[in-house]
Design a protein around this ligand. Structure first.
Ligand code: 5GP
Length: 217
């Protein structure tokens, strides 16, 4: 045995962590996930496929892969989606191949997704998934942020607030819940969760061989 022990021989790739990140809209999830990605080169953002039309400013391959219903259904048949759902009038799906590759190659995947999508991902890959929910410090603050976003009518704002409340109702299904009252602290918590989860035993399958070699000395 070399002076480094067995580690050099056995230390291998960890499995990537799947992180569905949910929150009511306006709670800061998008900014948080962008900063998390900028700070961690081993994380990728999952880009979903959808049959809805792009909104102004949205880019194919960045915000979504935009497609038609026939193509979407063909991809469903082929088993191309990790999970998929119909939300309102359109179909949404998480492409499977990039997720599986990331897990095997030790890269983590963040999903900007609502509670139903988060639940589907957790069902598909329970061991690999860590669900994180972002809460606003108050609903009044959330309403303020939604109002500042544009010149939406009060009906639209009311609709968004109702949707925000129905999303928050699912908070207890998540492994971690972060109250975003201070952006820097919320980002730090998200980083701590990710870094601890990376060390979970089940994400280091090479340990089996390493410990076996230790015991055989
Ligand atoms: P939007 O059209 O506003 O971008 O998204 C509408 C809803 O679809 C959101 O609640 C979003 O979380 C959900 N969604 C986006 N991508 C996916 C996906 O890949 N799978 C599932 N199940 N839902 C998604």
């Amino acid at each position: 045995m070399s002076s480094d022990g067995h580690a050099a021989l056995f230390r291998g790739q960890r499995r990537g962590v799947l992180i569905p990140l949910s929150s009511p809209s306006g709670a800061g999830k998008t900014t948080l996930s962008k900063r998390l990605l900028a700070q961690n080169p081993d994380i990728v953002l999952s880009v979903s496929t959808t049959t809805r039309q792009p909104r102004p400013g949205e880019q194919h391959g960045v915000d979504y892969y935009f497609t038609d219903e026939a193509t979407f259904m063909q991809q469903v048949e082929e088993g191309a989606f990790f999970e998929w759902a119909k939300v309102f009038d359109h179909y949404y799906g998480t492409p499977k191949a990039p997720v599986m590759e990331a897990i095997e190659e030790g890269r983590d995947v963040v999903f900007d997704i609502d509670w139903q999508g988060a639940q589907a991902i957790a069902e598909q890959a329970a061991e690999d998934t860590v669900r994180v929910f972002i809460l606003p410090p108050s609903l009044a603050l959330l309403e303020d942020r939604l109002k500042k976003r544009g010149q939406d009518s009060s009906e639209i704002i009311d609709g968004r607030m109702a949707r925000a409340k129905s999303e928050i109702e699912h908070w207890s299904e998540y492994d971690y819940v972060i109250v975003n009252d201070d952006f820097a602290r919320a980002l730090e918590k998200l980083n701590l969760i990710l870094h601890a989860e990376r060390w979970k035993r089940s994400r280091h399958p090479w340990l089996d061989g390493f410990v076996q070699a230790l015991m055989d000395e």
